[in-house]
Each structure stands twice: as C-alpha cells, then as structure tokens.
Design a protein around this ligand. Sequence first.
Ligand SMILES: CC(C)(COP(=O)(O)OP(=O)(O)OC[C@H]1O[C@@H](n2cnc3c(N)ncnc32)[C@H](O)[C@@H]1OP(=O)(O)O)[C@@H](O)C(=O)NCCC(=O)NCCS
Length: 237
Amino acid sequence: MSIQILPLQQEDIPGVVECIQEGFADDPYFKWVYDGTRFNKERNSSSLTARCLWGINNALFYVAKEVDNNNQPQQGGRNGRILGVSCWLAPQPASQAQSWYSWSQLWLLSFRQLLTNIRFFGRGGLIVKRYWIWKEQQTAAQKEIWTDKERGYYFCNIVTVRPDAQGKGIGRKLFEVVTQRADREGVKCYLESSKSEPNVKIYEKMGFELVKVIDCDDGGDVCRLFCMVREPKVDKS
Ligand SMILES: CC(C)(COP(=O)(O)OP(=O)(O)OC[C@H]1O[C@@H](n2cnc3c(N)ncnc32)[C@H](O)[C@@H]1OP(=O)(O)O)[C@@H](O)C(=O)NCCC(=O)NCCS
C-alpha cells in the first residue's frame, strides 16, 4: 500500500473537513482565535466546506490518500480515507491584475460564508476582533517579506496530516507536489506556522527558512506566528 497525492474533488470534502478539524484541534492559532466554550463544529464544517468548494477551482488543493498496489484508492473508488491535506495559493505577480473569474469566485465564497453565518446565527465562536488583529499582522508581514513582487509566492495556507499518519512522509509529499513546481518555475514559497515545535524544524527539512516572528496581541493574550520562506532550488545537473 502506498500514498497518492491527488487534486481535491467534491466527494473528498467531508473527509478533508474532518482531517483539518482533527489536525488543528490543538493548534495555538485556532485556540486563540476561537472561544472554545462557544465553538460550533457544525458551523465550522459548513465554513470549511465553502472554502473547499472555492479551493477546487481557485487554489492548489491536494489530498493524500492510501492506494493499493494497483494504484487504486482504498475503500472503493476515490473515497479512500483522507490522510492529509494541503491548500496553497498560487503566486500573484504584481503586474497581473485580478481576473473577473477570480473576483467572482471570491464573491461566491463570501456569499456562501454569509449563508453559513445566517444558518448558524453567527460565527460559531470566532473572536472577530482577534481575526482582524491576525489579518492586520499578516498583511503587514507579507508586505515586508514578499519582496519578489515580479513572480510572487506560492503560499501554503493549510497543511495537515492526521495524527495517526504523521511522521510517515505524507507531509513531505504534500509539500513536494508544489515545491517541485516552484523549483521548476524559479518561484519562492511562503508559510506561517503557529507552532514552533516541531513544525519549524519540519519545514526547515522542506527547505524553508524562518524569516520573521509575529505576535498577534489581544490585550496581552498573544498568538505567535513563525513566517518562513523557501528559495527555489536550482537543478545543477
Ligand atoms: C506538520 C505536518 C504537516 C508534517 O507532516 P508529516 O507527515 O508528519 O511529516 P513527514 O513525515 O513528511 O516529515 C517531514 C520531515 O520532517 C521530519 N520530521 C517529522 N516529524 C518531526 C519532528 N517531530 N521533529 C523533527 N523533524 C520531524 C521528518 O523526518 C521529515 O524529514 P526527512 O524527509 O528529511 O526525513 C504534520 O505533522 C501535522 O499535520 N501536524 C499537525 C497539524 C499542524 O501542525 N499543521 C500545520 C499548522 S502550521
């Protein structure tokens, strides 16, 4: 049995949502930005589903699945267990204006999120003030770090592997599907980790370097984020 990395398809979404919720349950950013006593898992699933639907056409969204020796996904058709997920945003060169397609897709995502808010009577425990503190810090950090405006950056937005499947090379595969492309195109990659240990070391193994630490501070309650950049590797052969 081996692991295959496949582009996200609609039928994968419930497994992807479960995998993300499992992987981020103890994530420091998640614990900071949500009020645990008011967290609504069902609402969060609906919001993640909207993000996945958007991601199918607008992001580099991959799933890791177990495949048998004939390269067939386990448990029937494509519906094998999702062991890991990664979602990357493609580079946005400064010279490239946002397309109408991309604008309309973002609009559709916002509309779906609005419907989610209506259906669940709010944001399911999200501390909105903290969300905006993070957004502001993130925008400022990216403005400072993303110096290659000509080519832009592959931005690793989500990466997670199910706890029982970690440490077996799945995370590396979920990275390499994009980092190898970035290398061919000579483009840098970027990520923000909310865990120093062991994630910074793991990402260093993937070729990332820690470039900045940012503190999202809500009256002394701080969420620290580790910003990392990966330079493209040049093939010398
Ligand atoms: C971070 C994460 C995605 C890595 O995926 P993974 O499948 O466990 O990682 P891999 O097994 O592919 O390991 C990748 C490399 O890191 C190394 N590594 C793995 N765990 C490590 C650890 N605890 N300490 C140091 N290095 C480690 C591996 O040896 C490997 O290096 P190598 O290929 O040079 O031998 C995964 O652990 C995870 O989902 N963690 C919980 C959720 C999370 O933190 N998501 C990211 C939020 S920013």
